[in-house]
Design a protein around this ligand. Structure first.
Ligand code: FES
Length: 102
């Protein structure tokens, strides 16, 4: 197996998105895009480290109220900012985090 892969579990263990996932002690939201792709969005705000959480159909930081697109992590207040993220692949019904945050 690729050393940069971490198994997240079977698809059925994530009945709802965004789903909270802790990977290597770091919190993420696992999201599913309208195209059916999965990705992990880092649950730490790029502004000043607030805890990102879902709010209606966006992701939200309670510290200074930035909001983020819940599919691609782009900041809706400042499109030059986005949540760090990690690629996710689906193989034989299992989800894997692949590579590093980018
Ligand atoms: S730390 Fe998230 S908006 Fe400031």
């Amino acid at each position: 197996m690729n050393p940069l892969e971490i198994e997240l579990g079977p698809m059925e263990s994530f009945p709802q998105f965004p789903a909270e996932v802790i990977l290597e002690d770091i919190p993420y939201w696992l999201v599913r895009t309208t195209e059916g792709e999965y990705r992990l969005l880092l649950a730490i705000c790029p502004h000043a480290g607030g805890e990102i959480r879902p709010l209606n159909d966006v992701l939200f930081c309670p510290l200074h109220f930035w909001t983020f697109n819940s599919e691609n992590g782009v900041c809706l207040n400042d499109p030059d900012e986005k949540l760090m993220q990690r690629k996710v692949e689906l193989r034989e019904n299992l989800l894997y985090a692949v590579g590093h945050n980018h």
